[in-house]
Design a binder for this molecule. Structure first.
Ligand code: CTP
Ligand code: MG
Length: 251
């Protein structure tokens, strides 16, 4: 029995807008992918790492993580795919039969606490085939029709409303969770979910943004364990400052 962590780092970081892939951007002098790998290792429940690397950066990522004494785990670096789903699939292809639990974690979440990683693995080992960390949401969330955008205004051009979207519903906030990574899975279940997800992606060109969604699409049960604000995702420049706060890098 062993636990493999797939660390997704192959994205380009378009919304961050730097001149290098997001996973290689430094916070406190350390690239995000290295922060994330250190946190996974510190949990003490991960046996091996597979990292999905941005195009042309596999060797650099391998050198970075292999040389770091705080990682200290056997690791493999593979080329990522065109979508996050394809990158995870490439990593999952490296999980042999010895692996029973797979964690999928985003390098874009550099400060996932050790306790969170352990909580997710413990829930999978307790018999839950698919586990996601989640936090209650503070905003009221609306669903919208999407695509249907209307720039018309009732009051003429000087008071134009700009783009509007029709609201189609308000889910009960108490039942909503914002989910994070690491997400944890029984390996066989995740392999099955990705096989079905790859077929769907080929058919409709829509890739999933998280792995639990692929398991849900199979009709299998997914459970939520408490998340942690420190596991926040870095998407924009503002998030870089927030992540530094959570990491205690700034007062
Ligand atoms: N990722 C990946 N392979 C891809 C796309 C994304 O491994 N083809 C990884 C990213 O490196 C990141 C995680 O999936 O760690 C979540 O993706 P996201 O936050 O969207 O990162 P980017 O795709 O890099 O950012 P953006 O969407 O702004 O370009
Ligand atoms: Mg992306």
């Amino acid at each position: 029995m062993s636990t493999l962590a797939i660390l997704t780092a192959a994205g380009s970081g378009t919304r961050l807008g730097r001149d290098l892939p997001k996973a290689l951007v430094e916070l406190d002098g350390v690239p995000l992918v290295l922060h994330a790998a250190r946190r996974l290792a510190a949990a003490g429940v991960v046996d091996r790492l597979v990292v999905t690397a941005p195009a042309g950066a596999a060797a650099a990522v391998r050198d970075l993580l292999t040389a770091d004494p705080l990682v200290g785990l056997p690791l493999e670096v593979v080329d990522g795919g065109a979508t996050r789903q394809a990158s995870v699939a490439a990593g999952l292809a490296r999980a042999g039969d010895d692996v029973d639990v797979v964690l999928v974690h985003d390098a874009a979440r550099p400060f996932a606490p050790a306790a969170l990683v352990r909580r997710v693995v413990a829930a999978v080992r307790a018999g839950h085939g698919a586990v996601v960390p989640g936090l209650p949401v503070v905003d009221t969330i609306k669903t919208v029709s999407g695509g249907e955008q209307d720039a018309a205004s009732a009051h003429g051009s000087e008071r134009a409303a700009g783009t509007v979207e029709a609201v189609t519903g308000t889910p009960e906030r108490a039942l909503l969770r914002a989910v994070q990574t690491p997400q944890g899975f029984d390996r066989a279940l995740l392999v099955r979910a990705h096989a079905a997800g790859a077929a769907r992606a080929a058919a409709d060109h829509l890739a999933a943004t998280d792995d639990a969604g692929l398991v849900e699409a199979l009709g299998e049960r997914v459970v939520v364990v408490p998340g942690d604000e420190a596991a926040m995702k870095i998407t924009t420049e503002r998030d870089m400052h927030l992540a530094a706060l959570y990491a205690g890098l700034v007062a």
